[in-house]
Ligand binder design. Sequence first.
Ligand code: NAP
Length: 273
Amino acid sequence: MGLFEGKKGLVFGIANDKSIAWAITQELAAQGAEIGFTHLPESDPARPKNERKLRKLVEPLGSTFVMPCDVQKEEDIDAVFDAAKEQIGPLDFVVHSIAFATIEDLKGPVYNCSRDGFKLAMDISAFSLIALARRAKDALVPGGNMLAMTYLGGERVIPGYNVMGVCKAALESSIKYLASELGAEKGIRVNGLSAGPVRTLAASAVSDHSLMDKLYSSMAPLRRNITREEVGKAGMFLLSDLASGVTGENVHVDAGFHIMGAPGEDMSEKADE
Ligand code: NAP
C-alpha cells in the first residue's frame, strides 16, 4: 500500500513537465494520492493553453480536478477551495510552488527594483502562501500539512537572485509564523523545501544553469547538483506522515551546498604552497 493511499490534496504551480511541482506530483501519485491542480488563467480565455497543457499531464494520473487560479485574486482562491470541498472533500496536503517577478525587477540591483514590481513579486511569491493558508486551515484535516518551495537566495546573497531573494526571505518567515499558528490551532504542519537549481521556466529567468552546475560540482559536499527526482522525493516525504514531527522547517535539498563557506578544496593546503 502506498504512503498516500486514501490521501487527497491540492497542488498549485505546475507550468509543464519540468516544474518542481510536477516532480513532487509524480511521487505523490506513485504513492496513491488523489490530487487536484490549478493553473494560471490564460489572458485569452478562448485559447485555454495552460489548462490544456496541465490536463494532458495530470489526466493520465486519473486527476480531473483542474481549475484556473491567479493567486493575486482572492475570488480565484476562494473558488478553488470551495470546489475542492465539494469535489475532493477534506484535504491532507496543499503544495505551493509559485513565484514571479518581472525581468526588469529581477535583473537588479535590488535598490533599482520598482515599487510596483516589488509589490507584484511579493504578492505572487510570498503573500500567496498566507492567502492559501487562510483557506487551507479549514480545508485541511487535523494533522494535514502545507509545503512551499524556496531557495537559498532567501537566506544568503546569491548574485542574480535579487528581489526574488527578498521574496523568499518573506516566504520563509511566513512559513514559520504559519507553522506556529496552524500547528497550535489544528495540528497542521507548514514546511519549506529549499531546492538546489532545477531547469524550469521560472529558473531560466534567474540563473545560468551551466554555471550553477559548475558551482555545485566544485562546492557542494556531494560534488554535484541535485536532480528533479530528488526534489520530488523529498517533497513527498515532507508531505507524508513520515514527517509528522517536522514543521516550521526549511529543508535544503541541494546536495549540501548551503553548508559550505568556500570551495570544497582544502584552502589551507593552497595557502601553504
Ligand atoms: P515553474 O515551472 O515556472 O513554476 C512556477 C509556477 O508559478 C508556474 O506554474 C506559474 O504559472 C506559476 N505562477 C506564476 N504567477 C502566478 C500567479 N499569479 N498565480 C498562480 N500561479 C502563478 O518553475 P519552478 O522552478 O518549478 O518554480 C516553482 C517554485 O520553486 C517557485 O517558488 C520557485 O521559486 C521555487 N524554486 C525553484 C528552483 C529552481 O531552480 N527551479 C529552486 C528553488 C526554488 P505560469 O507558468 O502559467 O506563469
